[in-house]
Design a protein around this ligand. Sequence first.
Ligand SMILES: Cc1cc2nc3c(=O)[nH]c(=O)nc-3n(C[C@H](O)[C@H](O)[C@H](O)COP(=O)(O)OP(=O)(O)OC[C@H]3O[C@@H](n4cnc5c(N)ncnc54)[C@H](O)[C@@H]3O)c2cc1C
Length: 374
Amino acid sequence: MEFEVIIIGGGLAGLCSALHLSLRGTKVLVIEKQEYPQHKVCGEYISNEVLPYLQSLGFNPFDFGAKTISELTLSTEGNQSISAKLPLGGFGISRYCIDAELSKCAKKAGATFLQARVMEVQFSEEQFEVSTNLQEVFRAPLVIGAYGKRSNLDAKMKRPFMLNKSPFLGVKAHFTGDFPANKVGLHNFPGGYCGISKVENDKINICYLVDFQTFKKYNSIDEFQEKVLSQNKFLKEAFVKYPMAFEKPITISQISFSEKAPVENHILMCGDSAGMIHPLAGNGMGMAIRSAQMLSECILNFNKGELSSRQTLEESYQRQWNKEFASRLKYGHLISRTFRMGLLSEILMLLLKLMPRLLPIIVKKTHGKVMRTI
Ligand SMILES: Cc1cc2nc3c(=O)[nH]c(=O)nc-3n(C[C@H](O)[C@H](O)[C@H](O)COP(=O)(O)OP(=O)(O)OC[C@H]3O[C@@H](n4cnc5c(N)ncnc54)[C@H](O)[C@@H]3O)c2cc1C
């Protein structure tokens, strides 16, 4: 079978690209190494900016029990806290659910899926060759790299960010209990921060990011949670009050927020492969979905001849990507760094308490406008 676009990775960026392009008649192959459904380390709070777009793709998260989230409670290591209405709000849905359901929508729209790990991508004479661990080779004129934060392919391509330190670890599990469905909690502790919010089936998702230097001083996740996370009273209460619904938490390591290029070796990068925002901003999934829309539109314009060459396509996508995301990434880094600086974060919190209108302004700096429909 001939494909016009090969998408490497079937997370939110890859799935939304597959769905958008398939609905517009493009022949797409998605190569995803894991099977669906699968739990992923993620805070599972998605900004409402993506909602009209997702619905126009034929996916409505509320059909699958997503929770409407309208309020944020933020706390510091020193246990000062503030609550505020979220400017746009969002919804809570697990990656276990949304990735699997979006893959069904994409298949229905005509996308082909293959469960395999991409091992190599070669480009010559305007054609890509994509090789998998199943010893198959697929060819197409365009490749989308939607393979997430860090992959074997980044090492193969010698992407510069791979030389930088990747000092963060992510931990997540689902819990049961009576956490308010309309709230997302963002709680700082020494070395990291933790998100709490509800997803479908009334499960509570608790997910945290911590720098590895802090984490490795402890012997286990349990000990770390008891001795470090529990210094924050909101987290202490959550770990005491809510029984875990997973057998054990899931983890990912080597998370990096270094700058990346949105196009590398002619591969059009989408989602975290193009750049990752600090999870404290709660908008990585929003950015993955927005970049999928932006890239799909560029590819459709290229296929219609409105973008006259590969170079114009690449330049157009890079330009749009930087315009849309560069400042969000900058603010995301700045805010998360500030909240990790003990005294400064307490001062910032005092300021927020004195001027509560500042919080929605800060949130807006890391979010975009409501997305257009397809
Ligand atoms: C601790 C933590 C908490 C977060 N919380 C939130 C939050 O609350 N809200 C929010 O909006 N964002 C959050 N994020 C960010 C969000 O998870 C990411 O931005 C989002 O998952 C990006 O989607 P993606 O499709 O780019 O990547 P992914 O969802 O990671 O998908 C990439 C896919 O590629 C596949 N893959 C990788 N390599 C290969 C290969 N060689 N061959 C085939 N397949 C491959 C993987 O299996 C994976 O399925 C959080 C991130 C972390 C680390």
